[in-house]
Write a protein that binds this ligand. Structure first.
Ligand SMILES: Cc1cc2nc3c(=O)[nH]c(=O)nc-3n(C[C@H](O)[C@H](O)[C@H](O)COP(=O)(O)O)c2cc1C
Length: 341
């Protein structure tokens, strides 16, 4: 039995990767992720010079909402509300961060970038490749990205430009939206190597005592364990039509959650909030929980169960509906299985 996962030509020791964010912002964190046996690390997103202001963050930049206040790595319920934008250093710092991380750790590194002009996307991607990263993720879906940058108007050109500029694997990270499936298809047509689904939602909260928006006073990224229910759906929908691998991300707290993503077609799973709230040990714990599941189910490699739950999905027209007395000859799944809620 092994967690070893083949992804974009890379051999990962686990399908569990650290997602882009504050846990992948410096070299020590990359080493910590490696010590915990993460499969790969997606580095914090670097913004082009035009978006230099996104390298500066308000303080505080996080707020835990709806938190169950369980300490010592036991928290299972929370919403993480945050306004953190790009990597806080210059682009030169970022290239150095990649180079030094490669010198000090063996874990595969996926850099992450954000820009608007196709030329900037391509230039930055080239620098990432030259700096030694194993792959790149295009963060075209941040909840903080300027609203004027649309998928068709800006990002299709960006994906094409990057694909023409580099030879290493390119992941495209998309946001949850009704257009997501269309965007997956377009990204695949543009040559993307993999899809990362999904970035966090842009949310909002207000303090009813002060009658003012909380934190920095504007919209913020929001996610939490609850987020997995819509990202699992998006992963399933994409897996049914995409030929390229999917990296699922959103709301993972346990090995069980990772298994759900894999059963719905994901090859790898990216985690962040669980590390922020419950600590670095979450990675090793999640790996152990996946292994326990594999042992219990007699699974030797996760590739054996990838997409298995998709095969059991019911077509909407075939859903057995209860409409009073069953029509003669119609099946009643509830009675057949004996399962009663
Ligand atoms: C504080 C914070 C900062 C983040 N920064 C980035 C980022 O710079 N680039 C990016 O692509 N995603 C970013 N994300 C999104 C994460 O990479 C991840 O996809 C998302 O949080 C869902 O996973 P999770 O529920 O395990 O946290 C950030 C998330 C959080 C909570």
């Amino acid at each position: 039995m092994s967690l070893t996962t083949s992804f974009l030509g890379l051999t990962l020791q686990s399908p569990v990767m650290v997602a882009s964010g504050p846990a992948s912002h410096d070299v020590n964190q990359v080493r910590l992720a490696e010590e915990q046996h993460a499969g790969a690390v997606v580095l914090k997103t670097a913004c082009s010079d035009k978006y230099e202001h996104m390298r500066f963050w308000p303080r505080p930049r996080y707020k835990l909402l709806d938190w169950d206040k369980q300490m010592d790595g036991r928290s299972k319920v929370f919403s993480l509300y945050s306004y953190e934008q790009g990597y806080s250093g210059t682009l030169e710092d970022y290239w150095k961060f990649i180079r030094v991380s490669k010198e000090h750790a063996k874990v595969p590194l996926i850099a992450s970038i954000f820009a608007d002009d196709a030329e900037d996307w391509a230039d930055m991607a080239k620098r990432v490749e030259q700096s030694g990263a194993d792959a790149i993720e295009l963060d075209i879906s941040s909840p903080h990205k300027p609203g004027s940058l649309g998928f068709e108007t800006t990002f299709v050109a960006a994906i094409k430009a990057v694909m023409g500029a580099v030879r290493f694997p390119v992941l495209v990270k998309l946001a949850p939206s009704p257009e997501l499936l269309h965007q997956c298809r377009v990204a695949e047509e543009c040559g993307a190597s993999a899809l990362t689904l999904c970035n966090r939602l842009r949310g909002f909260d207000v303090d009813i005592e002060t009658q003012r928006p909380i934190l920095h006073g504007n919209f913020a990224g929001v996610g939490g364990p609850w987020a997995k229910y819509y990202t699992l759906r998006h992963v399933a929908e994409a897996a049914l039509v995409s030929k390229i691998p999917i990296s699922g991300t959103g709301g993972v707290m346990s090995g069980e959650d990772v298994i759900k993503y894999v059963l719905l077609g994901a090859t790898t799973v990216q985690i962040l909030s669980v590390i922020m709230v419950n600590g670095w040990e979450s990675i090793a714990r999640i790996n152990k929980e996946i292994e326990e599941y594999m042992q219990r189910k007699g699974v030797t490699s996760l590739s054996e169960i990838r997409g298995k739950a998709l095969q059991a999905m019911t077509h909407p027209e075939e859903i057995i509906r209860w409409s009073g007395e069953p029509k003669s000859g119609s099946r009643n799944l509830w009675k057949e299985t004996g399962e009663q809620e």
